[in-house]
Design a protein around this ligand. Sequence first.
Ligand code: SF4
Ligand code: SF4
Ligand code: FES
Length: 481
Amino acid sequence: MIEFFINGQAVQAEDNQTVMQAARANGFYIPYFCWHPHLSVPGNCRICAVEVEGEGGGGGWIDIACNMPISKGMRVLTDSDKVRTRRKETLQFITLNHPVDCGICDKAGECTLQDYHYEYNGSPSVSRDAKVHATKHFPLSKRIVLDNERCIMCTRCVRFTREVSKSDALGVQNRGDHSLIRPVEDDRFENDPYSDNVIDICPVGALLSTQFLHKARVWYLEPTASVCPGCERGCSVNLWHRKTAWRLKALDPQQNARIDRVTPLENPAVNGPWICNKGRDLAQIFERARAEQAMHKGRPVDSKTAIDSARALIAAAKRPVALVSNWGSNEELAAFHATLGARFDTFVKTDWQAAPGERAEDELLIKADKNPNTKAALALFPALPADARSAFPADTDLVLVWGEGFSFAQLPPNAKIVYLNSYLQPENGHADVFVPISVQTERSGHYTNFQGTVSAFEACFAKGAGVVDAEALFAALGATR
Ligand code: SF4
Ligand code: SF4
Ligand code: FES
């Protein structure tokens, strides 16, 4: 450790740190555009300028904090008059050709260019020349549209594809104020399963999600901490939805109960600051047509009647088998184990397999098991054999199936079926008793990922009137035995 000074205050830092790293570690803020803690340091935006005081308090010099190593006794000023003047000049340069279209920009409210303009500049443009125009709506991929006029050429997006996703999919074309971010021409960016991270790391509104394009102002939304169930990595995510105070009235009420976007929730133990595109698309999983009606062989009944019938079938069964879901939370699996585990021969089934064309596995985040809680489930129950039929003894007279991904064609023909599922599927109507259960966005709980890291998810939407939480259901089914 070495000692140096920030704004006159002595601080300790590792001797291989830059001024930016040491300042952040000691609670001092220095603005930045091109620097990112998980990317290389190009030093191209110059907004992180700081002043280094000269010997004996004499005249110092200005340099960029992100690429300047600290040295013993060095004295740095992060907010002096000289620094503020340099940042103002830098911002005037950066905004020379930047359009003032914050009013229609999805990044407004989260844009560091807006924030720094108000902090360090705040003046109209000093240029008498017309702005250089560029492409306003360039489709980088089906998922991402690029506004070249808003791009400040920080190259974070380019470096992300080189250094993190390793697709090498983006580059800079032309020079000077004609520079353009462009994708390489073999669809590599289209096929990069991590491409949407560039939307988050773009410091301005140049890279925009086509899913979220002009859907909502971010200040009307709020995040709920959750866990992506897309694979056994279990990345931490924020599910963004409308704030209660800004609920839309006189429109389809579903607008207030939908996931507007998904962003990474930085978690060094699991996913760092990144997620894959499947995590961005969780609305496509959770917002499929829901099952909300309990049934007896396809005939609607109320949930209480269905639960009573299931309980009676369980009480009467001589050889019951259960297939539990590896999308069940730690709490739900524990509840099943405690209340019904001794009553059933129980196996863990695999609810989801990789979809056609989906990346199976890689070294960054994506794991081959496309389910969030296999580790916790297998800690309590054995896996369903590859030939599922071998799990059912000849005298099996009841099978409880929890969750998706299991074909009823594999069930013993004469066994009664109790089925618990969240989505509208043909199997629901074939079960002797069907009970609709809640999804992850309607309840709180935890998953245990493949490394044994436990992550929490919170409820953000109310469940339907006929929908039951599996944890409460297992308590009800086990209570009267
Ligand atoms: S598109 Fe965004 S991230 Fe990429 S260089 Fe431009 S400003 Fe930076
Ligand atoms: S790597 Fe797995 S857990 Fe993480 S976002 Fe992608 S699908 Fe979800
Ligand atoms: S953040 Fe230091 S030059 Fe861009």
